[in-house]
Ligand binder design. Structure first.
Ligand SMILES: [Zn+2]
Length: 241
């Protein structure tokens, strides 16, 4: 959310440095490209939200200055979601959230992380799945209790024919090469749709208040309106029937 202020460091070209800022809490941050919009820097605040992929509704959210990384708020938001009585079975996140802390934090509360992977150039493989002369080994099921995945030689000629891998960031219980992972990851589109709705239909943007506390209140009120309308619609259906 761009601030109701400009973040120029100088008062004029070659002029003196700015000393008073109209929004002292706003900060420069980065946003990734979405659809046809380019990514890049912006000055303002970020709305971090956990959105239900079934209903498209926000379950928990918080507003912070834009200079904070997204990953910082993933686990606190998950906690907030659970405190509100929702028990997510899976949680899709982009590769900005690909860390061991977030992976393990999700697993610790029984939620399967569906996180896109940061591909490191020097890493030879993107996971620890064995390969043999017959090709790379295939996923053969997960044991959620033991927190391990089973992998098999594609032709079954190797001995042993299969191996169990302990789940971790590189080898999640729902492996990235499965269709299930892809389907769940595509659920992430829900959050971009919801941000669009909040901004364009519910008046979240453009901001016309300044300071973190007021911007947070503005976001809370926007969410209140959003959720109230959704509740009213949900209640209207049985009455009409
Ligand atoms: Zn083999």
């Amino acid at each position: 959310m761009p601030a109701f202020a400009n973040g120029q460091r100088y008062l004029s070209r070659n002029g003196p440095e700015r000393e008073r800022f109209s929004d002292p809490d706003a900060a420069w941050g980065h946003r990734s490209a979405v659809s046809t919009r380019k990514g890049g820097g912006f000055y303002g605040f970020k709305l971090h939200a956990a959105v239900c992929t079934r209903t498209g509704l926000p379950l928990a959210w918080r507003v912070e200055s834009a200079n904070h990384g997204d990953a910082l708020f993933a686990l606190p938001l998950m906690d907030a979601v659970r405190e509100r009585g929702f028990i997510p079975e899976t949680c899709a996140m982009d590769k900005g959230y690909d860390s061991r802390a977030i992976h393990d934090g999700c697993e610790a509360v029984g939620c399967r992380p569906i996180i896109a992977q940061i591909r490191q150039q020097k890493a030879r493989t993107h996971n620890d799945v064995p390969t043999c002369a017959h090709g790379s080994w295939r996923f053969a099921g997960a044991d959620f209790g033991r927190k391990a995945t089973k992998w098999r030689c594609p032709t079954g000629e190797c001995s042993p024919k299969s191996v169990w891998l302990k789940a971790d960031r590189r080898n999640p219980l729902i492996p990235r090469e499965t269709k299930r992972w892809g389907d769940l990851y595509r659920g992430r589109a829900a959050i971009e749709r919801e941000f669009g709705r909040l901004k364009h239909q519910y008046g979240l943007a453009p901001l016309r208040v300044r300071g973190l506390a007021k911007v947070q209140l503005h976001a809370d009120l926007t969410m209140l309106a959003r959720l109230t309308q959704a509740l009213a619609r949900a209640r209207a259906i049985p009455l009409a029937a």
